[in-house]
Ligand binder design. Sequence first.
Ligand code: G16
Length: 544
Amino acid sequence: MNIQTVTTTAYNDQKPGTSGLRKRVPVFQQPHYLENFVQCILEQAGDIQGKTIVAGGDGRYHNRQAIQTIVKMAAAHGVGRLLVGRDGLLSTPAASCVIRKYGAAGGFVLSASHNPGGPDGDFGIKYNVSNGGPAPESFTNAVFAASKAIASYRIADLPDIDLSREGDHDFGGFRVTVIDPVADYAELMGKLFDFDRIRAAFASGALTVRFDAMHAITGPYALQIIEKTLGATAGSVINAVPLEDFGGGHPDPNLTHAPELAALMYSDAAPVLGAASDGDGDRNMIVGKNCFVTPSDSLAILAANAHLIPGYAKGVAGIARSMPTSQAADRVAKALGIPCFETPTGWKFFGNLLDAGRITLCGEESFGTGSNHVREKDGLWAVLFWLDLLAARKQPVADIVKEHWQRYGRDFYSRHDYEEIDSAIANQLMDDLRAKLPGLVGQSMAGSKVAQADDFAYTDPVDGSTSAGQGIRIIFENGSRVVFRLSGTGTAGATLRIYLERHEPDAARHGEDTQKALADLIQLAEALSEVKQRSGREAPCVIT
Ligand code: G16
C-alpha cells in the first residue's frame, strides 16, 4: 500500500462545537479541509495501530465522498480494520452501539444532525471514543489546536471501495468490512424492550403508531424494527427513504418541521403514538393524540416508568439532564431516592457518569433522551421505550402525562430561539447580561425573588474536569428559571437560546397554554437581554 504525505495549509475555523465540526458543504469541499481535520483526529486518537475503527454517517450530501477519504486516511495511519455501514450509513446511536459491541478504538460519525442537507446545506464530522460516546472537550480542544498548526496529512493510494455490498475488502494488513447498519442496533433494542408485549399490542389494534423518519437515517431502522419485527401496520413509518437532502426538508423532529405528523396527531385519525427522529437518528419527538410531550417531560416520564421495562426493571441508578432541561426529572429522581445530575449542554458530558454507573437515564431539552445502552442519545430507543410503556400501561399518552403532572406538578417549559444573529451582537448581549447578574440577586421580578444569578460552570464528579461559561442562569426562589445560551451547533452567525421554566403544583392549572403560563418570564427575559432591539427581530424564529 503506497502512502502519500500531502503538504497542506491550516484552516483556522476547525473548532468543534457542541457536537463535532459542522459547516456548510462548500466549506468542507475546500481543498484539504476534510483531510486536515481527519488527520488531526487520527493523531489525537491514541494507539490505533492495528485496531478497529468505525465509520458511518446519516447519508447526507457529501457523506459518500467523505467516507472514501476516511477509509484511505485510516489505512495510512495504521488502522487494522475499518467497520463501515453499508452505503456509508450508520445512525449516530447505531455507530455508538457498533463501537461498543466490537470493542473499537473509536469511530467517525458524519452528520450535521438536524441541520438541513444538500449541496448548500450542512455537513459535519465528529469522533467518538472507545466507550461509544462523543470525544470529551480535552480531545476536541487538542484537535482544534492541531488543526491550526497542521502542515501535512497522510493518505493511502487505495481505490474507492464499493460500499453497497456487505463483506470484507482486504488490502494486506488493512481490512474494510462493510456491515449491515441496522442489525447490531436492532439486536440491542430486542434485549431492552418487551418485543412480545409490543407485538401483541400492535396485533390487537390497541396500539398504533406513526413514525416520521423525515427522509433521514432512521427510515431503515424504523422499518426493520417497528414494521417488520414488531408488526405495526405497513405505512406506520413514513418518509422512510434516507435522501441526501432530506427531501428538501429540515430533519428536526418538532411540530414545525414535521407538519404532516403534527396535523395527524391533532386530528380524529391520530394513532396512539406519533413520533419522529432527526437527520442522524439521535433526537426524538413524542406526541400523543392532541398531546405534545416536551423532551424534559418525556425524560421524567420514562424515568418514573422504567420499572415496567425489562432493560431497566432492575432499577435506575441515577438520572442526568443538561442544565437548561426542565427540573421535571429531578422530581422523579427525588421520589425514587436516586441522584439527579445537572450537566452542561452536550451529550459528551453524560459519558463519564454513564461509564461510572452513576446514572442509567439521561436527557436534554433539545429532543434528546438516552440510557446506558449506548453513549449517544437515541431517537428510536425513546420511541420503543414509549411503545413498550404504552403496551404495558394500556392508556393514551395524554392520560399518562396528566397523571404524571398530578403526582409531580407540571414544569411549564419552553425554548425561544433567535437564529443567525450577528455574532458580535450576540456576544455583546451575553457580556452585558453577565455584567448585570450580581445586581439581580434579591430583586423581585416575574412574581418571585431572584435566588441565584450566574454563568453555569460544571465540575465533572468522575474526573474532576471543569467547564465554565455554559449558560447564564437566573433562578428564582419559587424554582422558576430563565437561562440564556448561545448555541454551539449553528453554522451561520449566532443563535441565542432562551430557556424558560415554571413549576405549577396546582393540577387545576395544568391545562393552561404554555406560552401564557410563562408570559411573565418571557417578558423579563426579553427586557433583560434586549434581544428584540439588539437583534432587530420582532419574535423568536423557533419556539419549542
Ligand atoms: C447536539 C448535542 C446535544 C445538544 C444539542 C443542542 O445535538 O449532541 O447534546 O443538546 O446539540 O446544542 P446547542 O444548543 O449548542 O445547539 P445534535 O442532535 O445536534 O447532535
